[in-house]
Design a binder for this molecule. Structure first.
Ligand code: CIR
Length: 255
């Protein structure tokens, strides 16, 4: 299971409800989002991580989803070039906090960190509405230069996945959570794949960290399947972030 010692987060800002979303759950409650975010941070700290909390940034409603603007690898950070025009400015905003920067995705390449799933020495890169083939190619070059392997997974036909990690979580070398539409992909052929039913699909985005599995509360069917397989599940309330299409992994950069 992945081990991390540090994380960077940014709490939701007062314009949070104006962010991008496709969900039909209604507007998020800002005060509840702050409470859920604080519990998320406290959980990372309880797992031993040193958490750097950046100030909220009202000019960028989606800036709490810090995972999308950079990819952390052992050598440093790779800056992304988000696929949504509204989010591109978030990269310059976070860059001063990230050192060293060991690469960046440049136009015409676009890439959101939510499309990048590290599975040990291999990274899966989702080609999505946000990450294009050129962005994936640039990231592949950077990762290969750092000794990693990279493979792409095309999710452009998916009607439900915003990002690859919306439907995929690497738990350890033998186990992943994957939406049914990803489960048969070659890249997952060596793993036992646990797939959620449609009504638990949101919880496919989880975070394996230091022996625990941070998991979206309220998805008991998937939670039971994971507990049966030995996962130490820590449920966290995520309702207000789900309303903005965000999951657990998007809320932090872990390294
Ligand atoms: C967006 O549409 O960009 C944000 N509202 C949600 C981003 C979620 N990020 C992620 O899944 N990595």
């Amino acid at each position: 299971m992945p081990q991390f010692s540090r994380a960077i987060v940014r709490p939701p800002c007062s314009s949070f409800a104006q962010g991008l979303t496709t969900s039909s759950f209604g507007a998020p409650d800002f005060e509840i989002a702050l409470v859920q975010h604080a519990e998320y941070v406290a959980t990372l700290q309880a797992l031993g991580l040193v958490v750097t909390e950046l100030p909220p940034e009202d000019a960028y409603p989606d800036s709490t989803f810090v995972e999308d603007v950079a990819i952390a690898i052992p050598a440093g950070f790779i800056l992304s070039n988000p696929g949504a025009a509204e989010r591109k400015g978030e990269v310059a905003l976070i860059e001063p906090q990230l050192a060293p920067v060991v690469g960046r995705i440049e136009a015409p390449g676009t890439l959101d960190g939510g499309d990048v799933c590290q599975m040990g020495q291999t990274f899966l890169i989702g080609i999505s509405a946000r990450t294009n083939e050129e962005g994936a190619r640039q990231l592949t070059d950077i990762l290969q230069a750092q000794g990693f392997e990279a493979k792409t997974v095309d999710i452009r036909k998916s009607k439900t996945l915003l990002h690859l990690k919306s439907g995929l979580t690497f738990i350890d070398e033998s186990l992943v959570i994957a939406h049914r539409e990803l489960a048969q992909h070659d890249a997952l052929s060596l793993f036992e794949v646990v797939s959620p039913d449609a009504d638990n699909a949101y919880a496919a985005n989880a975070i394996a960290i230091n022996g625990k599995l941070l998991f979206a509360a309220g998805h008991e069917k998937l939670e039971t399947k994971l507990r049966v397989r030995g996962c130490d599940v820590l449920p966290l309330e995520m309702s207000e972030f789900q309303k903005m299409d965000g999951g657990l992994s998007c809320l932090s950069l872990r390294y």
